[in-house]
Design a protein around this ligand. Structure first.
Ligand SMILES: Nc1ncnc2c1ncn2[C@@H]1O[C@H](COP(=O)(O)OP(=O)(O)O)[C@@H](O)[C@H]1O
Ligand SMILES: [Mg+2]
Length: 422
C-alpha cells in the first residue's frame, strides 16, 4: 500500500471513529472511540508534513482534552500527559482550520458553484443522499401499531399544508409552536422508517413538497467551521422549495447540550442551528423533524423548538403478533391454526425486542425455511410452497438473537419530565 493511500485510509478510519464517538452516549465505548481517533490523528501528524501535520497534531490535542473531560465525567482521574507528546506551536497553527479545497487552492466566494449539486459536493455532501428524489414506497399503512403517532404526525402535516392553502389567514396566525417535531425512542423502533413514510405523505399530498433527510454524522466534520457551512447550505436549500421538510437523525450528535463544559465549537454550531431553524420557521414554514435515541442530550433550546413530541417505543405483544402474521406466517405453519400456535410460542421469546430485531428474526426464518424447502426438493426446482419451521428450528434462530434491554433507559425515555436533569 502506498504511503498516500495509507494516510487516506487512516484519515478515513479517524473520521468514522469521530462520527461514531459523537453519537455515542458518554461512556467507555465513546471514550474508546475518541482514544482510537486520537491515536490515529497522532500517527498522522508524524506521517504528514507541514500544515497538515500541524492540523493533525492540533486535532490530537483537542481530542485529548475531550478524553480527559470525559474521563472526569465518568469519575476516572486522568493521568498526566506523556512527555513525548510534542508541544503545539501556537503561532504556527490556524485558530480555526478549514477543510482544504478540492483543488490546490481555495475557491474565492465569487467562484461559488451555481448549482446545488456542485455546492453540496464541495462541502462533502451528496444531494442524492439528502433529498428524496423519488417518493419512497412505504406508507403509513406499513407501520404496525403506530396509530397515535401517525395521527399526530398527519394532523401536524395536514395543518401545515392547510396553512399553505390559506396564506392570508396563515400570516395572521402565530405559529411559534409549529417549528417541528421530535421523534424519540430506543434504537430500531422505526424513527427512520417513520420519516420515510412521512416523505411519502408529503411528496404525494403537497405540490412543492420536498423531503430532506440528514444525519448528524453527515454534517459534523473534524474541521472547525465546516459543519456550520454545511448547515447553512442545507437551510438555504430548503428555502428553494415551497413545502420543505427536514428530518435530522441523531439530533443529539448535532445539537448536544450547551450546558456544562461544551466546547466553543459546539456552542457555535448549536446557536447557528437555532438561528437557521428560527429563520425557516418564520417565513418559509419549513418543518424540522428531529430523531433521537437520547433526547435528553439534545440542547434544551433546540428541544423547545421541536415542541411536538412523538414517542416510538418497543413493539407491544400485540404488535409483535401482527408483525409475525404479516411477515412470517407462511414459514411458521401450513394452516392458520399452526401459524398461530407457532406465533404463541415465539412471542415470549421476543419480549423487549425492537422492530429491527423482528426484521432480523423474520429474515432468518425466511432463509432457513428456504433452505429446508430446497434441501427437501433437490429435483423439483418449481416448488412454490415453503416448508414451515418446527420449534427446534425456530429455537435455533431465537437463541442467536441478542435482545439488549435497559429498563432504566426505557423509563427515562418514557418520562420527558425527567430529561432536564440539572
Ligand atoms: N412500526 C413499524 N412497523 C413495522 N416495521 C417497523 C416499524 N418500525 C420499524 N420497523 C422496521 O424496523 C426497521 C428498523 O427501524 P428504523 O426506522 O431503522 O429504527 P430507528 O431509526 O428508530 O433506529 C425498519 O427498517 C423497519 O423494517
Ligand atoms: Mg434511525
Amino acid at each position: 500500500m502506498s504511503e498516500e493511500s495509507r494516510i487516506a485510509k487512516m484519515q478515513e478510519r479517524y473520521l468514522s471513529q469521530i462520527q461514531k464517538a459523537q453519537i455515542l452516549p458518554l461512556g467507555k465505548e465513546q471514550l474508546a472511540c475518541y482514544v482510537e481517533a486520537a491515536t490515529l490523528q497522532y500517527q498522522l501528524s508524524t506521517l504528514t508534513a507541514g500544515e497538515a501535520s500541524a492540523q493533525h497534531l492540533q486535532s490530537t490535542l483537542r481530542l485529548i482534552d475531550l478524553i480527559r473531560a470525559g474521563m472526569k465525567d465518568l469519575g476516572i482521574v486522568p493521568k498526566e500527559l506523556p512527555q513525548s507528546l510534542p508541544p503545539l506551536e501556537p503561532e504556527s497553527q490556524p485558530e480555526t482550520p478549514s477543510r482544504p479545497a478540492a483543488g490546490s487552492q481555495a475557491a474565492p466566494e465569487a467562484d461559488a458553484p451555481a448549482n446545488a449539486d456542485e455546492e453540496a459536493k464541495e462541502l462533502g455532501l451528496n444531494m442524492r443522499d439528502i433529498r428524496f428524489e423519488e417518493v419512497p414506497s412505504v406508507t403509513f399503512n406499513d407501520l404496525i401499531d403506530m396509530t397515535d403517532s401517525i395521527q399526530k404526525v398527519k394532523s401536524y402535516l395536514d395543518n401545515a399544508m392547510r396553512m399553505k392553502e390559506y396564506p392570508a389567514l396563515a400570516q395572521q396566525m402565530q405559529n411559534e409552536g409549529q417549528t417541528g417535531m421530535l421523534l424519540y425512542g430506543p434504537p430500531g423502533t422505526g424513527k427512520t422508517f417513520f420519516c420515510k413514510t412521512m416523505a411519502n405523505y408529503v411528496m404525494t399530498h403537497q405540490p412543492g413538497g420536498a423531503f430532506f433527510t440528514i444525519t448528524a454524522g453527515q454534517i459534523l466534520d473534524k474541521y472547525v467551521g465546516e459543519a456550520q457551512k454545511r448547515l447553512k447550505f442545507l437551510f438555504k436549500e430548503l428555502k428553494n422549495y415551497d413545502f420543505p421538510v427536514l428530518c435530522i437523525d441523531e439530533l443529539e450528535g448535532l445539537c448536544p447540550s450547551r450546558e456544562g463544559d461544551a466546547s466553543v465549537h459546539t456552542q457555535e454550531l448549536v446557536s447557528d442551528f437555532l438561528q437557521h431553524i428560527d429563520g425557516v420557521s418564520g417565513k418559509t414554514k419549513a418543518m424540522v423533524i428531529g430523531c433521537s435515541n437520547y433526547p435528553w442530550k439534545i440542547d434544551r433550546a433546540v428541544r423547545d423548538r421541536l415542541s411536538e413530541l412523538c414517542y416510538l417505543g418497543l413493539p407491544s405483544e400485540n404488535a409483535i403478533r401482527v408483525y409475525l402474521q404479516r411477515k412470517s406466517a407462511k414459514f411458521l405453519g401450513a394452516t392458520p391454526e399452526e401459524q398461530e400456535k407457532a406465533i404463541d410460542f415465539i412471542i415470549p421469546r421476543l419480549s423487549h425486542a425492537s422492530y429491527r430485531i423482528l426484521d432480523k428474526f423474520a429474515r432468518d426464518v425466511q432463509n432457513l425455511s428456504f433452505f429446508k424447502t430446497t434441501d427437501a426438493n433437490p429435483k423439483n426446482k418449481d416448488v412454490a410452497t415453503f416448508l414451515p419451521l418446527n420449534e427446534k428450528e425456530l429455537n435455533s434462530i431465537l437463541d442467536q438473537l441478542i435482545i439488549a434491554y435497559d429498563e432504566a433507559y426505557i423509563k427515562k425515555l418514557e418520562d420527558p419530565s425527567s430529561w432536564s436533569t440539572d
